[in-house]
Design a protein around this ligand. Structure first.
Ligand code: IFM
Length: 448
């Protein structure tokens, strides 16, 4: 593969994390409880009864982590702010020490020339808000906008690039429909309301950010998007794929980027909540500066009448490569990003997450030889390059994740990091993929 200054000057090379997955310190310095703190304590919810109580202990080791980021040469770092750390009850009193943590982090990043990309919400809703209806009620959307304004007033003079939500699909459908993620609810009506109020809160938060720091904020959202392919050429499978695409992709992309709803999906879901669909679209479609894409895999489906609502069941094609969680399908990154450019034309696109979990460990000489991660990243970065060459405005690429971390219901079994974390000692070791990524950044192109 070519090694050259292949990417445009100013291209963003970053890595991402999220608060609950790395911070730990769940009950320190006045932090309130989040739905994930409670969910992890419910027996059987998380593999091995794990939780983010300690996670990668980033709350105490953040300086070391920022130094490592500088060693890799990242020019951007995407982290999330823990709402319960900043406003323990979700509304009302602000917790100074919690806010100070992010203030110090931003300063330390900037000292190293790393642009901070705070994400306001990566699934850790304060428990008191959940108890009042969580994402199924409009008050939570309003509280989110207030919280956005408070955080921006503290660090928005230095942190200019903001992401409102991470993967609202997972929050709404995983948390309120399938129930395998916090808060563990299985209720289709609640899920549809959660989609709506998450999106409304996004639009309100974009406005609040800009109001807190007029003229300086660049705001966006990070959506998990997959191309959806039918398992066969049958019309039934084609329909299943179209509807799955509607729920996974268009239900979020259309309102945010076009101010409309996907008609086929609304027709299917309207009976769950007849009134919600046409509401608030002007707020939800508040113009954004970039669209964040989290890409890992594609989705292949076949028609299956036993499956709820869209009658689509996943299929895992034989003969392809798989990671511990998903099929490896680099062409999907090109396909979905080019499509978003074609159908929605956002001004700027950032790949806000891309990465792989594979079993890796420390070798006899202290190195972590994670060749499969390097291959995965190389393949996906090559697709990003092709997008750029084809005129798709992709301005940056963030690896998920900078650190090994708490992978939600999988606990600590899945390692996604460029950096290996020993969860007993907290010790960090930059993996071979981290060194490889450093070379990519240094060359501003594809390393050999
Ligand atoms: O770890 C998650 C992250 O929290 C959201 N995007 C996908 C990652 C890997 O599953």
């Amino acid at each position: 593969m070519k090694s050259s200054t292949a990417f445009p000057r100013g291209f963003i090379w970053g890595a991402s994390t999220s608060a609950y997955q790395i911070e730990g310190a769940w009950n320190e310095d006045g932090r309130g409880r989040s739905i994930w703190d409670d969910f992890c304590r419910q027996p059987g919810r998380v593999r091995d009864g794990a939780s983010g109580d300690m996670a990668a202990d980033h709350y105490h080791r953040w300086r070391e982590d920022v130094n490592l980021m500088a060693q890799v040469g990242l020019n951007a770092y995407r982290f999330s702010v823990a709402w319960p750390r900043v406003i323990p009850a979700g509304t009302g009193a602000v917790n100074g020490p919690g806010l100070d943590f992010y203030d110090r982090l931003v300063d330390a990043l900037l000292e190293k020339g790393i642009t901070p990309f705070p994400t306001l919400y990566h699934w850790d809703l304060p428990v008191p808000l959940h108890e009042r209806g969580g994402w199924t009620v409009p008050d939570t959307a309003r509280a989110f906008a207030d919280y956005a304004g408070i955080v921006a007033s503290k660090i928005g003079d230095r942190a200019r690039h903001w992401i409102t939500h991470n993967e609202p699909f997972i929050m709404a459908l995983g948390g309120y429909f399938m129930g395998q993620m916090a808060p563990g609810i299985q209720d289709p009506v609640a899920a549809m309301r959660a989609v709506h109020y998450l999106l409304l809160s996004h639009g309100l938060a974009v406005r609040a950010l800009r109001q807190a720091c007029p003229g300086v904020i660049e705001a966006g959202i990070a959506l998990n998007v997959n191309p959806v392919h039918p398992a066969t050429g049958s019309p039934e499978d084609a329909r299943a794929a179209r509807l799955m695409d509607g729920v996974l992709n268009r239900l979020f992309l259309d309102p945010v980027l076009k101010g409309s709803q996907p008609a086929d999906i609304v027709e299917l879901l309207r009976s769950l909540d007849p009134d919600i669909w046409e509401r608030d679209l002007d707020v939800i479609a508040e113009p954004i500066d970039f669209c964040g894409i989290n890409y890992y895999t594609r989705t292949v489906v076949r028609h299956d009448p036993a499956m709820p609502v869209i009658e689509a069941a996943p299929v895992y094609p034989e003969g392809n490569d798989y990671s511990q969680m998903w099929e490896i399908y680099p062409d999907g990154l090109y396909e979905i990003t080019a499509r978003i450019h074609r159908d929605y034309a956002p001004a700027n696109i950032l790949i806000t997450e891309n990465g792989i979990c594979v079993p890796d460990g420390i070798d006899f000489d202290g190195r972590v030889r994670d060749y499969r991660r390097i291959t995965y990243l190389k393949e996906h970065i090559a697709r990003v390059k092709r997008l750029v060459d084809d005129g798709v405005p992709v301005g940056g690429y963030f690896v998920w994740s900078f650190l090994d971390n708490f992978e939600w219901t999988y606990g600590y079994d899945m390692r996604f990091g460029l950096t290996h974390v020993n969860y007993s000692t907290g010790e960090r070791v930059l993996k071979d993929s981290g060194r490889w990524f450093a070379n990519v950044i240094r060359a501003t192109g594809l390393a050999d």
